[in-house]
Write a protein that binds this ligand. Structure first.
Ligand SMILES: NC(=O)c1ccc[n+]([C@@H]2O[C@H](COP(=O)([O-])OP(=O)(O)OC[C@H]3O[C@@H](n4cnc5c(N)ncnc54)[C@H](OP(=O)(O)O)[C@@H]3O)[C@@H](O)[C@H]2O)c1
Length: 337
């Protein structure tokens, strides 16, 4: 499978590591060889129809910061759309930054790849939260696969899990923790009794919260994932503006203490149901499946046959998120056999 990898940050580099680690295994078990024919970052691209060496790409990126420095195959300042025109490929793996203003550059790259009849795998939430229906319908019209397991909960398996492991079940609702940064902050405030500001600073020093933490702490990241779950699992036609969102920035250590004394924790919960699309801090029982600590994500799916099923996993991480991308690539490969 020839891959155009758009974006070479944490997740893109995770994809390269996974290809380097797993190619022999994939060939042996699935007859699948993943070949990187183009890789882009903000500097430009590296393009080779014969395939780029994932280890050399990682070395060059870490030493120079630019994939366009790849020997003989590097091109500076080339636009992603032009890269897609310059190379023959089967699947675009799109891992550029999430943009909740207009979904770019992911939206244009995805439309271009789908119109060119290529399969697409993404970890990006922005274009999905804003234009879910349009993008899915376009993929159906063009008869291509468009997969996005990594966009919700990183390595936590939820989309493929609901669709492939629970087929025949009607999923009535989902309640879960879909943001690792806020879960880390609330867990630390609970364990250490520290203030929100102090704990946010600690999370920033550890690289768990971004310098501008707004999207995480104000619940926007979780709201994007709520939209993706609502559309893809419950069939609810919605976008980001349909989600009620309250973040955690006004949660005090006193409120957490009070909850703790009564046997509860405060968690940023996302609810997906036909009656409610909501992200807000809620009280959950200390011994419930919602009591996961640190950067973990979890989700409980309420079904008509299997009752409640809970999944837990790491919501972020380079190789961890690439694991979800790999599962989409393998599923595409299997569906075409
Ligand atoms: N990190 C995680 O654990 C995680 C988990 C689940 C989902 N996600 C999602 O996955 C996506 C990638 O995340 P990440 O952590 O890898 O982000 P990142 O580290 O910021 O990497 C983004 C990559 O995209 C490149 N880029 C930036 N602007 C671009 C543009 N306009 N056109 C083309 N490329 C551009 C960057 O180039 P430079 O390298 O030159 O800066 C970088 O290589 C995001 O949408 C994120 O929300 C991330």
């Amino acid at each position: 499978m020839r891959i155009c990898l758009m974006g070479f940050g944490a997740v893109g580099q995770g994809v390269a590591k996974v290809i380097s680690l797993k190619n022999d295994y994939l060939k042996e078990h699935y007859g699948l060889e993943l070949k990187l024919v183009a890789v882009t970052d903000s500097s430009g691209a590296a393009i080779s129809q014969d395939g780029l060496d994932p280890d050399l790409l990682l070395k060059i990126k870490s030493e120079t910061g630019k994939v366009s420095n790849y020997p003989e195959a590097g091109i500076e300042n080339i636009d992603g759309i032009n890269v897609l025109d310059k190379v023959e490929y089967d699947t675009m793996v799109e891992v550029t930054p999430t943009n909740i203003q207009n979904g770019e550059p992911a939206k244009s790259l995805t439309i271009k790849a789908i119109n060119d009849k290529k399969d697409v795998v993404t970890s990006n939430k922005g274009h999905l939260a804003l234009f879910f229906r349009e993008l899915i319908e376009l993929s159906h019209q063009n008869g291509v696969e468009f997969k996005y397991e990594a966009s919700v909960g990183g390595a936590m398996p939820i989309l493929n899990f609901a669709q492939e492991t629970l087929p025949g079940n009607e999923i009535k609702s989902i309640l879960g923790i879909l943001n690792g940064t806020t879960n880390f902050i609330l867990s630390r405030m609970t364990i250490e009794g520290s203030s929100y500001e102090q704990t946010l600073q600690e999370a920033q020093q550890l690289g768990i919260a971004e310098t501008d933490p707004t999207q995480d702490v104000e619940g926007i990241d979780a709201a994007c994932k709520t939209v993706i779950l609502a559309n893809s699992i419950l069939g609810i036609d919605c976008t980001l503006k349909d989600v009620q969102v309250t973040g955690i920035s006004r949660i005090t250590s006193e409120a957490i203490d009070l909850a703790k004394k009564e046997g509860y924790l405060i968690k940023l919960m996302a609810e997906v149901s036909p009656d409610s699309l909501d992200v807000s801090p809620r009280l959950v029982k200390q011994d419930s499946p919602y009591a996961v600590d640190g950067t973990l994500n979890m989700a409980t799916l309420k079904t008509d046959l299997a009752d409640e099923v809970t999944v837990v996993g790491l919501g972020a991480g380079s190789v961890e998120t690439a694991s979800a991308i790999l599962s989409d690539l393998i599923n595409i490969w299997k569906s075409q056999k």
